[in-house]
Design a protein around this ligand. Structure first.
Ligand code: ASP
Length: 438
């Protein structure tokens, strides 16, 4: 029988009314057997997310051993339980959570309780079994996922239940101590469960109709991407498209399980399908989307006859390694080499790094260009099609944007340009209008 794993994000669980909608979605298909939930998110834009409130409570407890604001958590869940008409006394559980946070001020434990409580309530409302993620998602002592144990436990536990609700976002170490993924990590839990039960599809329910071809904060009403490959998703997500947690793709990609991003508020909309490269149905498309990020610095080194100097790049990279700095791109010319580095990596280290690089390779000239934005135009189709790069450059030229760096991966599925941050929005708009809006 077909099995679907459905993950519902924070806005899909924000209050009892939305949860009723979600329950309808789940019940409308028998194959929706395993449900992963986030903590309740914002009900309106100025509202607070439960997870943020829980982190604040842990901070409050660390400061003075108290959680005076815990009443806000109680209020939110009481509304949900009453609104859904569930006859369940959640007060003893809430009390225990409050006491534990006050005693331990443990951030991970506190944050995880948003999902924990929500999954308990969902399970009760749906008549599904509640399976605690702490039992089946296991971390190594160094904080990485213990895949072998996790998949073994998930399979063993879930093979015995017909339907289950599992809280997203957290698991536990071997000793039972709670550990969360990074923010937005319920997406990862959903992907792990999908792989564990060998789902036919991993449905990721959110509040938009799918992945957009460009950032809607910059481009007005960008089109939705019907279908994209895991690789394209990875490129777009890494560069800033934020519908899914970037790490959530790995478990399903290994198992070749498609991800369907869908909208809880428009369930009939087919959303975006993320599929293995070989399973794409729309193979005529050239560009899939454009995404970008601000906050990079370019270090350019110039030295005559650099291309003949053995070990030039390796000496530079050793300096970066020493300072634990990773770089994004390294475009080279005959006598020049540039490093494009995320500012977060460089924080407080730039001067020292430049000094050491100067000592190591004695360049004729070093230039630092701060405030750079990177923009990736992504699509498998450009590998077969002549002229995509020239179209991008012409579009940017027409928009009066100076391109500071160009990089095209050898897979020919993306072209990355570096522009000054002040030109970032203008460039995204221009590329969208020139290549994506037809
Ligand atoms: N509730 C967590 C967060 O806000 C995890 C999630 O929603 O995926 O980051």
């Amino acid at each position: 029988m077909e099995i679907k794993v459905c993950k519902f994000g924070g806005t899909s669980c924000a209050d009892s009314r939305v949860i009723e909608k979600v329950a309808e979605i789940i019940k409308s298909q028998e194959s929706r057997k395993y449900v992963v939930v986030s903590a309740p998110g914002k009900r309106y834009s100025a509202d607070e997310k439960i997870t943020d409130m829980l982190y604040a409570l842990a901070a409050e407890a660390a400061e003075n051993g108290e959680c005076a604001n815990f009443y806000k958590i109680t209020e939110r869940y009481t509304e949900i339980v009453n609104g859904l008409g569930i006859k369940e006394d959640i007060f003893p559980v809430l009390e225990e959570i409050k006491t534990t946070i006050e005693k331990t001020a443990d951030k991970d434990y506190a944050a995880s309780r948003g999902e924990f409580l929500n999954a308990m309530i969902f399970a009760k409302y749906l008549g599904f079994e509640f399976v605690d993620a702490a039992e089946i998602i296991k971390f190594n002592d160094n904080g990485t996922l213990n895949e072998d144990v996790t998949y073994q436990l998930c399979r063993k536990r879930l093979s015995k239940v017909k339907n289950a609700v599992i809280p997203g976002f957290y698991g536990s170490y071997a000793n039972g101590k709670i550990k969360t993924f990074s923010r937005g990590g319920s997406d990862i839990t959903g992907a792990i469960i999908a792989r564990a039960v060998n789902a036919s599809v991993y449905e990721n329910w959110t509040d938009v109709n799918g992945f957009m071809t460009a950032d809607p904060r910059i481009v007005k009403n960008p089109t939705i991407i019907d279908e994209l490959s895991y690789r394209e998703l990875r490129e777009l997500a890494y560069m800033g498209a934020t519908v899914l947690h970037p790490e959530s793709i790995f478990p399903v990609r290994i198992a070749r399980i498609p991800i369907n991003v869908k909208n809880t508020f428009e369930p009939e909309n087919k959303g975006t399908m993320i599929v293995p490269f070989e399973k794409r149905t729309d193979t005529n498309k050239i560009i899939t989307g454009v995404a970008g990020r601000k906050g990079f610095t370019i270090i350019t080194l110039e030295k005559s006859m650099m291309n003949g100097e053995l070990g030039f790049a390796s000496k530079i990279l050793s300096v970066l390694e020493k300072y634990k700095v990773s770089f994004e791109h390294m475009p080279t010319g005959i006598d020049t080499l540039s490093l494009v580095i995320d500012n977060n990596e460089l924080k407080g280290k730039l001067d020292e790094i430049v000094k050491e690089i100067e000592a190591a390779v004695k360049p004729d000239h070093v230039e630092i260009t701060p405030d750079i934005a990177l923009i990736a135009t992504v699509g498998h189709g450009m590998a077969r099609k002549i002229g995509t790069a020239s179209k991008i450059f012409k579009t940017l030229y027409d928009a009066d944007v100076n391109i500071r760096m160009i990089d095209q991966g050898s897979s020919e599925m993306n072209i990355i340009v570096g522009v000054e941050e002040k030109d970032y929005e203008k460039s995204i708009k221009a590329i969208y209008a020139g290549l994506l809006s037809e």
